[in-house]
Design a protein around this ligand. Structure first.
Ligand code: PMP
Ligand code: GLN
Length: 387
């Protein structure tokens, strides 16, 4: 393994899911739902496969039906206009969209600012692209229920003459933070002032709860022309195995990302692209029901974790809850998560793996709530036995 990748080892998700299987534990670690997406969309995939749509290489940018559906979704939900032919690119999940964007847009030595904790592929992809990551730490607010927040001064101070790109994620994995209009406006102003590119991972765009609202960064003044926005059918329609994601951006940026993408997978997920095109056109009732279902699960797990003695940072978005384990008399999330399957038959993720400043993330542990209610209830019963 080369030096660029040596520090990354095996992803925590593979490690922890394997542990869940080998110990027979409830897996609240890796974020994937235990209920598949809509029946009619599964049927659409079967139909495509049977009728011979997408069984051979689809077009490099993605099938026109899906690109049109992505553009229509951005228009309908956010008033953002993208040309399906020149401003939309279908990728092998958001994972490839992230990799291709960074490989396409970074020169060796370019600095990339990302919020810490960050989704694990960001660090690895920045490294593969020869870039340098500059983490800006989201700070926990224990008192005012604001969760993990960005310090805008720290963000401004992190920009240097070598900064090329801001890598944003809202709603944010693993903290569940949803950036506010004011925070996004400040990020946008900074990007314009310092002439930075922005890659924004918005895969949890449909999972925002209560008063939180998902606002795409590309809707802010001066942003559309410098922003690559990333979405995923895995998250929005509960088909994480299909690996269908997409990028929307102005033509020059889409062409750049496609240049990298064509040598990663070239194309992927032929028949599933047809099904996802139909999924994106589902009525609003689908998205509302999905959100309501996840909100109920969030409430169930958040309440249960608090009763079990964890400090809970109630997420405004995503399907993850970050907790602080110190009220349980624990301090090391890694050790806690490694022991948890034996102690309680539950798997969780230590947030420290998402930090460069590992000590800043040490006491935090992430639980996923995209599981059936009875599974979450059983997990809570097991965790209560810890105390
Ligand atoms: N970004 C974030 C923030 C994620 O949580 C995930 C999924 N775990 C991805 C990207 C990857 O999405 P996909 O499965 O579509 O590759
Ligand atoms: N995004 C999922 C999570 O954060 C897992 C994705 C993966 O395993 N790469 O849990």
């Amino acid at each position: 393994l080369n030096r660029r990748l040596a520090e990354f080892g095996t992803t925590i998700f593979a490690e922890m899911s394997a542990l869940a299987v080998s110990t027979g534990s409830i897996n609240l670690g890796q974020g994937f739902p235990d209920t598949d997406g809509p029946e009619e969309i599964r049927e659409a995939a079967v139909r495509a496969l049977r009728e011979g749509h997408g069984n051979q290489y689809p077009p490099g940018p993605g099938i026109p039906e899906l690109r049109t559906a992505v553009a229509a979704h951005q228009q309908r939900r956010y008033g953002l206009s993208y040309d399906p032919d020149t401003e939309v690119l279908v990728t092998a999940g958001a994972t490839e969209a992230i990799a291709a964007s960074l490989l396409a847009l970074l020169e060796p030595g370019d600095e990339v600012i990302a919020f810490e904790p960050y989704y694990d592929s960001y660090a690895a992809c920045i490294a593969m692209a020869g870039g340098r990551r500059v983490p800006v730490t989201l700070r926990p607010h224990h008192e005012d229920a604001a969760g993990f927040r960005l310090d805008l001064d720290e963000l401004r101070d992190a920009v240097t003459d070598r900064t090329r790109l801001l890598l944003i994620n809202t709603p944010h994995n693993p903290t569940g933070t949803v950036l506010t209009r004011e925070e996004l406006r400040a990020i946008a102003d900074l990007a314009v002032e310092r002439d930075l590119l922005v890659v924004t991972d918005e895969v949890y765009e449909h999972l925002v709860f209560d008063d939180a609202e998902h606002l795409p960064l590309a809707t802010f003044p001066g942003m559309r022309e410098r922003t690559v926005t990333i979405g995923s059918a895995g998250k929005t329609f509960s088909f994480t195995g299909w690996k269908v994601g997409w990028v929307t951006a102005p033509p020059g940026l889409v062409t750049a990302v496609r240049s990298a993408k064509q040598f990663l997978t070239y194309v992927a997920s032929g028949p599933f692209q047809y099904a996802v095109a139909e999924a994106l056109a589902l009525p609003d009732t689908y998205f509302e029901a999905f959100r309501a279902d996840m909100r109920a699960k969030r409430d169930l797990l958040a309440t249960g974790l608090a009763q079990a003695g964890f400090e809970v940072f109630r997420p405004a978005g995503t399907y993850f809850i970050t907790t602080d384990i110190r009220p349980l008399g624990e301090a090391d999330g890694f050790a806690f998560c490694r022991a948890l399957p034996e102690r309680a038959g539950v798997v969780a993720i230590p947030n420290a793996v998402f930090y460069d400043h590992r000590e800043a993330g040490a006491p935090f542990v992430r639980f996923a709530f995209c599981q059936r209610a009875e599974v979450l209830e059983e997990a809570v019963q097991r965790l209560k036995a810890l105390a």
